[in-house]
Design a protein around this ligand. Structure first.
Ligand SMILES: Nc1ncnc2c1ncn2[C@@H]1O[C@H](COP(=O)(O)OP(=O)(O)OP(=O)(O)O)[C@@H](O)[C@H]1O
Length: 649
């Protein structure tokens, strides 16, 4: 990961070869039109979106979904799962052009009758009700809010529901939405399409409700959901090691009507290092760096400096465990200058420059929607940038050309590791991932190995040795510990000086320290034995926030801040309690329902949309305001389908 480029020409040729190789392994040798998609749609995919060929998961899924079968798809991050399910749905939706609209269709634009919408909380229910009353073809919803409308909104028509899609299915359950999801499935009712309900529509013969379940990390937790919602599903991307016949116990409470030869997903818990449980792109280079707590901050800054000096034009995402940590590191990296001191004032002015010469963005759940939306859009648009984020960006987000993912704070379960690293090495591109571990946390590697992730060690000392030392600092030949490295000592000193120079920075550091320790104590299950708070040296943790001494864990200022944050959230109409349930994951469901008189089909998609919320969406024009066709087309067909349907209204 840190090798400096010595022969740039040869290396870049090699890089291009590697990318081609991984791309070749990713794409199928057929065309979109050969999969049975409508020619208009295939053209759209090829010409407008520039997708020359379908990926393997698309080539496998599209014909099956078109045929009406339920499917369970497990495919690595960034392999194009979104198109895999959206393309066949759009194929069906556009095909059922209602008689009355045939002429209109010719006069107007293609797909004008597909109306997306959302219900996901964060705004008044009355507004959502009004949208539902008007009729929506594609509805995006959080499980809780959808259930609420199903129970309480009389005008919420869903009898023609046609597709139900659980994207990031495992996550919906991990976030504690199992009960809600079960109720939703029950309320949505029978699978059979009730023919002849609407005279004004063309109903496909034998059309049934079809359910799709997708993720890069399908595991046995989704068995119960699969059992409730899928009917004789086709399994895609689940190898035999994951599929077992019914003799295996199903995790969730057994249902009396369970089917004897039902297939269930089974993750082989016997530590078989070669078994690849989760979909990690094969071209992704995975490393870990072992750093004692007190040297973590210096190590992070050094790794980042090395990355951007090695290749100026690139994008990097760093994951933190808490919002306060994101805020602290964002302020630090946006303002910290290097070299820290010069001999004279003029010299100082002349030579001062930022430690990292790239734009730094932040993304977390406490930011205003508009700030989140602009951070997301700006980071996406930049060629060279750094994004500091909580897990709000861990799943589903599709930032193009992210070269490296750094997990500065450990993820929770291995699934979260997989989704975080999945923000790079997408669609066959190159990518690197670096996981920070303290020496006491090194057993986490074993956990990852069980799920097929093997990480090599990152040569941190070599990287540190490359940085020029300031002033008269002696270069010690053999550095015994990382903390005694002269570069580490001088950088740590400068960081502490910087933090203490401004009360604002010191406060950010203290808050970040307090929430980091709390977050560390919140690791669940088996991970509790790896991430043990009692093993932490809190003085060293403080050092990792550029603090010279350990702040109180129940400091007044932190308490005041928390109270203020809660007050602000209440004023903004966000409910901390409700949001808390979402904060680790922000599960979103997409639901697509028909405009009663226009389309016979209704689609319900459940998926994960981390960074964008209602306020951000509302900023986009409504269909009456502008060329609706081009908007729907671009929203549905644009490359960033992840946020597309939700972005619409
Ligand atoms: N056939 C294709 N050819 C080229 N690019 C494609 C193709 N299909 C999808 N893409 C692009 O690949 C990127 C990744 O796709 P997508 O976000 O659907 O992946 P995913 O498998 O859902 O990932 P994750 O599991 O992380 O959500 C997107 O930018 C998408 O536009």
């Amino acid at each position: 990961m840190v090798k400096r480029t010595q022969q740039p020409a040869r290396d870049s040729k090699q890089e291009a070869k590697d990318v081609n190789k991984s791309k070749n392994g990713l794409f199928a040798s057929c065309s979109f039109s050969s999969l049975g998609l409508d020619p208009k749609l295939s053209d759209q995919l090829q010409e407008r979106m520039g997708f020359e060929a379908p990926t393997h998961v698309q080539a496998q899924s599209i014909p099956v979904i078109l045929s009406g079968r339920d499917v369970l798809v497990n495919a690595a991050t960034g392999t194009g799962k979104t198109i895999a399910y959206l393309a066949p749905i759009i194929h069906h939706l556009q095909a059922y052009s209602p008689k009355v609209y045939e002429t209109l269709e010719k006069l107007l634009h293609r797909f004008h009758w597909i109306v997306p919408g959302y219900v996901m909380g964060g705004e008044k229910k009355a507004k959502e009700k009004a949208r539902l009353r008007k009729g929506i073809s594609i509805l995006i919803a959080t499980p809780g809010r959808l259930l609420d409308h199903l129970k309480n909104t009389a005008s919420f028509e869903h009898k023609n529901l046609r597709w139900v899609i659980f994207d990031e299915a495992d996550c919906i359950l991990e976030m504690g939405y199992g009960k809600e999801t079960e109720q939703i499935i029950k309320l949505l009712g029978s699978r059979q399409y009730e023919e002849g309900d609407d005279d004004d529509v063309v109903v496909p013969k034998g059309a049934q409700k079809q359910t799709l379940l997708l993720s890069a990390t399908l595991n046995e937790k989704v068995n119960h959901l699969a059992k409730l919602s899928l009917d004789d599903p086709v399994m895609i991307g689940l190898d035999n090691s994951k599929l077992q016949q019914k003799q295996l116990p199903i995790e969730s409470p057994a249902s009396p009507d369970s089917d004897e030869d039902e297939m269930v997903i089974h993750v082989n818990k016997s530590a078989n290092p070669s078994s690849e449980d989760y979909g990690i792109p094969s071209q992704l280079v995975q490393k870990y760096v072992k750093v004692p707590c007190g040297a973590r901050l210096v190590a992070l800054l050094s790794v980042l400096k090395n990355l951007f000096e090695r290749e100026a034009s690139q994008k990097v995402v760093v994951f933190f465990s808490t919002r306060d940590a994101v805020d602290f590191h964002h302020s630090l990296l946006s303002e910290f200058q290097w070299p820290p001191k010069s001999e004279t004032q003029e010299e100082e002015e002349a030579s001062k420059q930022l430690f990292l010469k790239c734009k730094t963005f932040r993304l977390h759940g406490s930011m205003e929607q508009e700030d989140r939306r602009s951070a997301f859009a700006n980071f996406k648009a930049e060629k060279q940038a750094l994004l500091l984020s909580t897990d709000v960006a861990a799943r589903g987000l599709d930032f193009p050309k992210v070269r490296c993912i750094i997990q500065y704070d450990c993820p929770g379960e291995a699934t979260e590791y997989v989704h975080r690293v999945g923000r790079t090495a997408r669609i066959g591109e190159k990518g690197e991932a670096l996981l920070f571990l303290q020496p006491v946390e090194i057993d986490y590697l074993k956990d990852l190995k069980k799920h097929g992730a093997t990480l090599a060690e990152y040569p941190l000392l070599k990287v540190l040795d490359k940085f020029p030392l300031l002033g008269n600092m002696p270069r010690i030949k053999k550095v015994i510990s990382l903390e005694s490295h002269p570069w580490v000592i001088s950088l740590q000193r400068a960081l502490e000086f910087f933090t203490y120079a401004e009360p604002k920075m010191k406060n950010l550091a203290k808050n970040a320290f307090v929430s980091w320790v709390r977050g560390y104590a919140a690791h669940k299950g088996e991970l509790k034995s790896i991430f043990v708070v009692k093993k932490l040296h809190l003085g060293h943790v403080a050092k990792s926030f550029a603090l010279k001494e350990q702040p109180s864990l129940v400091g007044k200022s932190h308490h005041k801040e928390t109270m203020k944050r809660k007050r602000d959230e209440r004023q903004r109409g966000q409910h901390p309690k409700k949001r808390k349930k979402m904060s680790g994951g922000n599960s979103r469901m997409y639901a697509c329902l028909s405009r009663v008189h226009y389309i016979p089909d209704e689609v319900l998609l459940m998926r994960w949309e981390p960074s964008l919320g209602a306020a951000g969406l509302a900023a986009l024009p409504r269909p009456e305001d502008e060329d609706y066709n081009s908007m729907v087309e671009s929203k549905i067909m644009e490359s960033d389908l992840k946020c597309v349907p939700m972005l619409v209204f």
